[in-house]
Write a protein that binds this ligand. Structure first.
Ligand SMILES: Nc1ncnc2c1ncn2[C@@H]1O[C@H](COP(=O)(O)OP(=O)(O)OP(=O)(O)O)[C@@H](O)[C@H]1O
Ligand SMILES: [Mg+2]
Length: 245
């Protein structure tokens, strides 16, 4: 591909003391892609996302977003990025809409109309938006989190396990939403260990294991030789582990 990558990781490495959590990642995500970042627990997904978002210093290597380097001291490129990492934090005694209004103050271009727009987009209706966040279900909080991430119309959306804690209906809705955003041209970087979910949403995936990419490619290509992504995943993640005893 010749387009400038939206996200470029180069030899990205992170050590926590003597633990190497992320080990020399090279990765490019291109405009309009939905990229799945897969891996078992502890593979290094959240650590990688922390470095992408300028929340953690890489031990080595670099992150570029829209061609600009990101570090905890240099986060200008993140203005075009929206993120949903972990359970989003909101003021529990304020309504969903009031929480969004507070966040909107960070962005001069975001007004009441955009707040209505994102609420509609994530499927929080007027009565839900009026309720205090402490009364929200996990699924509603997650939707509000996505609404918050979308407020400033980001061109790149970074999601770390966005369906964690959602029931099957909530998961299906999140999938539908992500597909809709992808169709609108938003580039999506989605970390998950839910293979079926990623298989349904993403164009391309990388599978991370012990901080390294052990498989990467278009979903269709990875599936050409295997029944589903689970089989691909097990082949690259479980067998080496079994071999180690
Ligand atoms: N703050 C920290 N201090 C020390 N070690 C850490 C820290 N954060 C993560 N680790 C270790 O780094 C490795 C990668 O963790 P990370 O949370 O990035 O994995 P993950 O792929 O997001 O896992 P999960 O699917 O469970 O969310 C693990 O071995 C973890 O124990
Ligand atoms: Mg994680």
């Amino acid at each position: 591909m010749t387009a400038t990558p939206v996200l470029h990781l180069e030899k990205l490495t992170k050590d926590y003391g003597s633990v190497r959590a992320v080990d020399g990642l090279d990765l490019d995500v291109y405009p309009g892609e939905c990229f799945g970042f897969l891996g078992p627990n502890g593979a290094g997904k959240t650590t990688t996302i922390g470095m992408i978002l300028g929340l953690l210093w890489p031990t080595r290597g670099r992150v570029e977003v829209f061609g600009q380097e990101v570090t905890p001291m240099r986060t200008a490129a993140l203005r075009q990025v929206g993120a949903l990492v972990g359970a989003p934090g909101f003021y529990p005694y304020l309504s969903g809409r009031a929480n969004l209004r507070l966040l909107a103050r960070l962005y001069p271009q975001v007004g009441a109309a955009r707040i209505d727009e994102v609420l509609a987009l994530v499927g929080l209706d007027a009565s839900a938006a009026r309720r205090k966040v402490k009364t929200y279900s996990t699924g509603m909080k997650q939707r509000l989190g996505l609404a918050a991430a979308l407020l400033h119309e980001p061109k790149l959306l970074i999601l770390d396990e966005p369906t964690n804690g959602l029931d099957p209906i909530g998961m299906a809705e999140m999938r539908r939403l992500l597909r809709e955003l992808a169709a609108q041209g938003v580039t999506i970087f989605l970390s998950s260990h839910l293979l079926h979910e990623v298989e349904q949403i993403c164009d391309r995936v990388a599978i991370l294991h012990r901080g390294r990419i052990v498989a990467q490619g278009p979903v269709a290509e990875l599936l050409a030789q295997r029944r589903d992504l689970e089989e691909v995943f097990m082949a690259v993640v479980r067998e080496p582990e079994a071999a180690r005893g």
